[in-house]
Design a protein around this ligand. Structure first.
Ligand SMILES: NC(=O)c1ccc[n+]([C@@H]2O[C@H](COP(=O)([O-])OP(=O)(O)OC[C@H]3O[C@@H](n4cnc5c(N)ncnc54)[C@H](OP(=O)(O)O)[C@@H]3O)[C@@H](O)[C@H]2O)c1
Length: 279
């Protein structure tokens, strides 16, 4: 029986992915910060593990326990992540540490921990949950974009490095997905500390929540993750959601100037220039 280790499996996309792999007959190692409170079924093939990706000891212990209990890992899904929207100027060092420490360093750390096992078996699959935000950028979530763009570039480079070892990398790029992340962002409100950003942030937030209200289900991302995990080709990127595909097509066909205009227009930022001339 194949074994998948999923980080951040307590809610949203990670939880839906755990249930999807379970339905497909896999052994699921569902890793999360609070295994005791997670809303997951009690099943023989679904085991819970404690994991905080920002803690090196926790990562080593979790990977060792899964390898010991399940006899190895076939697929790692790096899903654990945090989101933040606020003006960069309002961000604290704790914000920077949370976003980069979880989304970037956490992903690197868990990946590094599974590599010795993957190399010994000359097989293994790493699926990184990136985002539409890993390839196009919007205002007031530059930290989050920075973390997801980092994962995209890192995965592309590492894919080359690992292929001769029999290990494959995949990037799954969901668009807007209705998960607890959305609920947390909505309840966060539109207040900012630095007054100068108040109006633009409020416009951005209205746009963000409008898009998120029409967001896809986490199950759609889970299906894309499963498809990527079972694709032995060298394909790296898998989009999940019509909004991601639309954004990538527009970004590819529009000039930098037209894209810039579109982003400012959609998000209602002040100082919108006329779209005239060529770039
Ligand atoms: N929702 C979207 O629109 C969307 C779109 C594109 C990509 N994504 C990406 O999808 C992934 C999952 O997000 P989601 O929408 O499903 O959000 P979510 O429901 O908030 O799930 C995030 C998961 O990450 C876990 N996590 C956070 N910090 C962690 C840490 N230090 N160690 C271990 N686990 C940690 C959370 O655990 P706790 O329960 O302990 O907090 C939770 O299980 C993220 O990487 C996100 O960037 C989301």
């Amino acid at each position: 029986m194949k074994v998948v280790l999923i980080t951040g499996a307590s809610s949203g996309i990670g939880r839906a992915t755990a249930l999807h792999f379970l339905k497909q007959g896999w052994m699921v190692a569902a890793a999360m910060r609070r295994p005791d409170v997670a809303d997951l079924p009690c099943e023989e093939r679904l085991r819970r593990y404690a994991l905080d990706v920002t803690e090196p000891v926790s990562v080593c212990e979790c990977v060792a326990a899964v390898e010991r209990d399940c006899g190895g890992i076939d697929v790692l899904v790096n899903n654990a992540g945090v989101y933040l929207t606020k003006p960069l100027e309002d961000g604290t060092d704790a914000d920077y540490a949370a976003v980069f420490g979880t989304n970037v360093q956490g992903t690197l750390r868990v990946t590094r921990a599974v590599l010795p096992g993957f190399r010994c078996r000359r097989a293994g699959m790493i699926v990184n949950v990136s985002s539409v935000a890993g390839r196009v950028s919007f205002p007031f979530q530059s930290l989050y974009h920075g973390s997801k763009w980092a994962i995209e570039g890192w995965s592309e480079g590492l894919a080359h490095e690992l292929r001769p070892q029999g290990i494959r990398m995949k990037l799954v790029e969901p668009g807007m997905v209705r998960t607890p992340l959305y609920d947390r962002t909505r309840s966060q409100g539109e207040a900012v500390e630095t007054e100068a950003y108040r109006e633009d942030f409020a416009s951005w937030r209205r746009y963000l929540l409008r898009c998120w209200e029409q967001g896809a289900s986490p199950e759609a991302s889970a299906r894309a993750i499963f498809r990527a995990a079972n694709d032995d080709s060298n394909r790296l990127r898998y989009t999940a959601g019509a909004d991601t595909r639309q954004a990538f097509i527009l970004r590819a066909v529009l000039s930098q100037r037209a894209w810039d205009w579109l982003v400012r227009r959609l998000t209602g930022l002040r100082g919108q220039p006329e779209l005239v001339g060529t770039p």
